[in-house]
Design a protein around this ligand. Sequence first.
Ligand code: NAD
Length: 354
Amino acid sequence: MSRNFTYLANPARVIFGEGTLSQTADELERLGVNRALLLSTEFQGEDAQALSKSLGARSAGVFSEAAMHTPVDVTDRAMRRFEESGADGVVSLGGGSTIGLGKAIALRNDAPQLVIPTTYAGSEMTAIIGQTEGGQKTTQSTPRVLPETVIYDVDLTLGLPEAMTVTSGMNAIAHAVEAIYAENANPVLSLMAEAGISALTDALARLSTGDPRDREARSDALYGAWLCATCLGLGGVALHHKLCHVLGGSFDLPHAETHTVVLPHALTYNMPAIPDAVERLKRATGSENPAAALFDIAKNAGVPTSLRELGMPEDGIERAIQLTLENPYYNPRRLEAAPLETLLHNAWEGRRPE
Ligand code: NAD
């Protein structure tokens, strides 16, 4: 088999394990940060305060107003706090919303970022930032926002709510699935994707049907999330991501839940065109039908498996097809209206892929 590819890696220092939060001060020192502004959502404000206390003089205080989709007015307030407090770096403790705020600050002043992720969404490994102003979301990619240091601490994920564990995990899996058959796929990323999907699918099944605080399963899930996040940071996307962007943007559907519902159906659409990727996905999911295996994880966990449950109107399917065909992403199988309609009807009804 002939191989043509370009391999790229993003620079980042990654610390992974249990109890790794205690290395925050050392890692800030290594980064050359003397006073870090700690960022969080309001919900995680107490955790950020506790971390701030443990950092002593190395903390420039806590800003706990991070919000979904990185609103620019929140960033403006955070910038003022950063300057008034004499901070020279940020610590983002939380999920994609908090990490987005840290990136927005770095975009404006190039502050070094130490990120401590507490969900599986994966923003910590990407150079992508989306910001919202006046109801409009704009996304850009620049190495300026890539976090310098990432500390994964399994302990911080033990209490991640069960539904969010599964939908956030499926969101991560979707990045790895499409990296395997993306236009810019490469063998190293495919290895990471396979290992990431394998670790996450196995861990999600254990966490959703067994003990959600099982440390070993949580460790596997976070490890898988890191690998999948790397795929998001370096890989490409295809039909699945296009559909999720169209559905999220046009019908205001929730991000992680939409990924969870669509992934089995987008994969079913593409499977005839990606035989090598299917072999990888069979190994990763331990199933002869990877799309059905992904559907079953969501179904068994009791999270939504249909677009109907997410509030999408059935008569929106035509518009979604139109938008998908108007400005398509690369996809390994040709995009055609009739099979896309079948895909979206199956996703709308929540039918298990055969
Ligand atoms: P989130 O950061 O919005 O968190 C949702 C809620 O869960 C918040 O209240 C948060 O405080 C809470 N939470 C987080 N971790 C928790 C934990 N361990 N235990 C209990 N509660 C916890 O959710 P998310 O899914 O991580 O991030 C979604 C956002 O990230 C979206 O805006 C999405 O666009 C963005 N995102 C960006 C990228 C990128 O590369 N730029 C990648 C993935 C996601």
